[in-house]
Design a binder for this molecule. Structure first.
Ligand SMILES: [Zn+2]
Length: 354
């Protein structure tokens, strides 16, 4: 009787210890979070790189004064296929970058209370850290779009890496919520004719913004006054000469907490708040069983896989900075640790009691 009880307890303990592996195994094979992934031949082959504009890989912070390749991050050069703002007067797309994070629900709660839809440009690394938040974004009908895997400035990467940055993010979004975004936003607005060629070849539409809060600076600069965010919105809503697309970030607590106030300013000014896809009257996703041309909502019947992850803290340094990300938890390391603890527990119980 005693041995049976010990056997049951030992088995349960081992299973509980090993359960994170069983759950997290669904994300096996993805690149390390917040690190630019290496090229993948299966995805590189999707783009005929022999036809790509011969643009030198840019050194971060260096701009060619005679730029021939329409580099937006250097000189705000845009082309007709770039989506900078909502085309219709009085339309406004609220966009939030770099999540999903534990602070995204602050924005989601407010959007829900006001019955509004926004667009979230997510990084694959944060989706891996916070899949349940992404599920809520999708469930509540907001548009989900790609913001690369590691948030690297794309013009500083090889074409193979650029493709992997986009496709890994597309893949994890598909795995978590069952949809394939066709919209992407380059980190730091860093794109040129080479990245245009690649993203166009892969079927993505490029969304930028016409109104930048620079709210991300508040996480780095103690002199940044958060009231500047609402101050900007108060000024911006006076411009009714065109539609708009505003940029904020849901990665940080401080900036996420300011978003509801900014939303209220846009609502009070009488703008029609839409998603990026809906204000351009285009589909947000590849799947035909989703709608979004008018409401940006997801009504697809695809069943997302269930991933029950804990919520990790977001990387505190990955966004809009020129420094390398740090303070990151390694997904692979966490998996390995759980695995070895489980094995050791099983061995100990076997050795002691049998
Ligand atoms: Zn970003």
């Amino acid at each position: 009787m005693g041995r049976s009880l010990i056997l049951i307890i030992g088995t349960l303990f081992s299973l509980l210890t090993l359960s994170p592996i069983i759950i997290e195994a669904q994300f096996v094979g993805y690149p390390t979070i917040d690190v630019a992934p290496k090229g993948e031949a299966k995805w590189t082959s999707l783009v005929d790189l022999t036809k790509a504009p011969k643009v030198a890989i840019r050194t971060l912070g260096v701009c060619d004064p005679n730029d021939q390749f329409c580099t937006w991050s250097c000189n705000k050069c845009a082309k007709p296929e770039d989506f900078l703002k909502c085309p219709t007067i009085n339309d406004w797309a609220l966009t939030y970058d770099d999540g999903p994070s534990p602070f995204t629900p602050v924005i989601l709660d407010h959007l829900k209370a006001k019955d509004l839809k926004a667009t979230f440009f997510v990084t694959g690394s944060r989706v891996m850290s916070n899949p349940d938040i992404l599920k809520r974004i999708a469930k509540e009908g907001h548009q989900i779009a790609i913001h690369t895997w590691s948030h690297t400035p794309l013009t500083t990467q090889t074409s193979e890496v650029i493709i992997a940055e986009l496709k890994w993010t597309e893949q994890i979004i598909k795995e978590v919520v069952g949809i394939t975004p066709v919209w992407y936003r380059p980190p730091q607005g860093d794109f040129d004719d080479r990245t245009r060629f690649i993203t166009k070849s892969l079927g993505y539409k490029t969304a930028i913004w016409d109104l930048d809060t620079f709210d991300w600076k508040s996480n780095l600069d103690p002199t940044f006054d958060l009231n500047w965010i609402t101050g900007n919105f108060t000024e911006w809503v006076k411009d009714k000469s065109s539609g708009h697309m505003s940029l904020e970030h849901d990665l940080y607590e401080k900036t996420a907490n300011m978003a509801p106030k900014a939303i209220d300013i846009v609502v009070a000014a009488g703008f029609n708040i839409k998603t990026v896809a809906s204000c351009n009257n285009l589909s947000p996703y590849l799947e035909t069983n989703t709608t979004g041309t008018t409401t940006g909502t997801t009504t697809g019947t695809t069943t997302p896989k269930s991933n029950q992850y804990g919520t990790n803290s977001p990387s505190s340094s990955s966004t809009n900075t020129l420094s390398s990300p740090s303070n990151k938890s390694s997904f692979a390391t966490k998996n390995n640790n759980n695995f070895f603890v489980g094995i050791i527990c099983a061995i100990i119980f076997s050795t002691i009691f049998f």
